[in-house]
Design a binder for this molecule. Structure first.
Ligand SMILES: Nc1ncnc2c1ncn2[C@@H]1O[C@H](COP(=O)(O)OP(=O)(O)OP(=O)(O)O)[C@@H](O)[C@H]1O
Ligand SMILES: Cc1ncc(C[n+]2csc(CCOP(=O)(O)O)c2C)c(N)n1
Ligand SMILES: [Mg+2]
Length: 341
């Protein structure tokens, strides 16, 4: 095994130099990246979107089952997902990390390998950040900057009565992936000889550890001439996000249980864990799919997009936010997804 290098050997500035050396800038709007008191950007004639999301050890990730490279990738993906949810294109990120003194240079290299891979995939420049020590656990906080043509940003507040409610991908899988990982961790702690049984659950475990921001859908919507009237990404759970759109748009909604996009592995795992799959889909969270509304007239345009499901319709506010079953019975939806407090 190769030698591991304690962080104290390279120091804070040595670490930053190491990070800088591997950065490749690709955006013409990045004038100055890592290395000065602040980055210098020169955006085009567009509107800027700015968002931050942090990931904390013990709250957002568990290093016993989350490899650092995946964590780096996920930290970027969840931020890019917020940029996507504004109908914008990501351009730059800054990365703040707080790291325990016992970490090695090689461990931070792994984390940044994931960050670098995500930057390459989403075509964003890493232009700066901050590095501190931590006495409590690893913290990663990322700020992402993006661009959108004037008037094209999709707010949570734009949904109109009779709009169609669309959802990308499938939901509930990241949550079920986490249940599987936690079960295998418990089994391993009880008996370290135990090898984790993850083969059957590769997809849902991947959804937890390696989520993708749906930039692909943002480009597709543009290509098909569809501008969502409202949009949000699903981080805390579908029900919670739908409530945000409805309250900020002053509308109600009905979504149809039969139309909720489920993956088979998720359904099998839910059965195994004795969980109601519909609850997992509504409240699981961390799907990082896009929930958006479009005018009814755009139905013909959207119906051919392979990874978009029509899950419901926007109604008058007085009708509330409901989940309907195949018999047409509707029940008020409760947001029981993730909240921090
Ligand atoms: N501590 C804070 N100070 C100032 N504004 C904040 C703070 N936390 C959140 N916000 C703002 O509140 C709004 C909603 O943020 P929230 O974090 O709930 O949404 P999100 O980032 O889409 O969801 P998630 O964090 O679950 O991915 C955003 O405009 C965000 O910038
Ligand atoms: C170890 C561990 N414990 C719990 C969870 C679940 N979890 C954490 S944050 C979050 C919602 C989004 O967070 P935010 O609103 O901060 O963006 C969810 C569903 C996890 N992934 N790992
Ligand atoms: Mg947030």
């Amino acid at each position: 095994m190769s030698e591991l290098t304690p962080l104290s050997e390279v120091g804070e500035f040595g670490l930053i130099r190491r990070i800088k050396e591997k950065v490749v800038l690709q955006h013409p709007s990045t004038i100055k990246g890592i290395g000065d008191d602040a980055a210098v950007l020169e955006p085009e004639e567009k509107q800027l979107v700015v968002t931050s999301d942090m990931l904390l050890e013990g709250i957002h990730f568990d290093l016993t089952f989350c490899p650092l490279k995946h964590l780096g990738y996920k930290a970027v993906a969840v931020n890019v997902s917020d940029i996507a949810a504004m109908n914008a294109k990501p351009t730059q990120i800054t990365v703040n990390i707080a790291v325990g003194a016992r970490y090695t240079v090689e461990a931070i290299d792994e984390l940044y390998e994931g960050i670098r891979l995500a930057c390459e995939n989403y075509k964003v420049d890493l232009v700066g950040g901050d590095t501190t020590s931590s006495r409590t656990g690893l913290v990663i906080s990322i700020t992402a900057i993006g661009e959108v043509a004037k008037g094209e940003a999709a707010m949570r507040s734009g949904a109109k009565v009779n709009d169609l409610i669309c959802l990308t991908g499938d939901i509930g899988s990241a949550y079920m992936g986490l249940q599987v990982l936690e079960r295998e961790k418990q089994a391993f702690m009880a008996d370290p000889e135990m090898q984790p049984q993850l083969d059957k659950y590769e997809y849902i475990v991947g959804r937890q550890l390696k989520p993708e921001a749906r930039m692909d859908v943002i480009y597709e919507l543009k290509e098909f001439g569809i501008k969502p009237t409202a949009m949000i990404d699903v981080s805390d759970g579908l029900a919670s996000e739908l409530m945000h759109i409805c309250s900020q748009s002053g509308v109600g909604a009905t979504i149809y249980r039969e139309n909720l996009p489920a993956d088979n592995q998720m359904l099998e795992a839910a059965m195994e864990f004795n969980l109601d799959p519909v609850m997992c889909m509504l409240n699981g969270g961390e799907d990082y799919e896009l929930l958006f509304t479009i005018p009814l007239e755009d139905y013909e345009k959207i119906k051919n997009l392979p990874d978009v499901s029509l899950i419901g319709k926007i109604t008058e506010a007085s009708e509330g936010v409901n989940l309907a079953n195949k018999h047409g019975q509707a029940f008020p939806l409760k947001a029981q997804g993730w909240t921090h407090f």
